[in-house]
Unconditional design. Structure first.
Length: 118
């Protein structure tokens, strides 16, 4: 399980407001993922929409964002791509952190429930 990275909630809130024009009413750390340099948060907007926010201190590999976005724009609906910022970027930077915002999809992730004997 991932551990909280130490990024201030107010830094997240300000970045979401400034970069995505999103006013967050709730930001909750989710102890998910296998990336020791990243943290995942569930963000709820003041309008009630839910988002998944990935925060990392590692550099972003451009293709990990641009390929899913291109596929989604081309009509591939099974792809989850990062949402663009106000200026169309697929991530934003703070002094120390890189943030990527996605639609929140409730459910279990690929590591659950695990393999069975069958």
């Amino acid at each position: 399980m991932a551990e909280h990275l130490g990024i201030a909630v107010e830094t997240i809130r300000a970045s979401l407001r400034d970069q995505y024009s999103l006013v967050a009413s709730d930001i909750v750390f989710l102890p998910l993922g296998l990336d020791a340099d990243a943290g995942v948060y569930r963000v709820v907007s003041d309008a009630g929409a839910s988002y998944l926010l990935k925060v990392t201190s590692s550099p972003i590999y451009d293709a990990s964002c641009s390929v899913p976005r291109s596929l989604q724009v081309a009509g591939v609906t099974a792809v989850v791509a990062p949402l663009p910022t106000r200026v169309g970027a697929l991530w934003c930077q703070t002094a120390r952190w890189t943030l990527r915002l996605y639609p929140y999809i409730a459910g279990i992730h690929g590591w659950q429930p695990g393999l069975t004997d069958e």
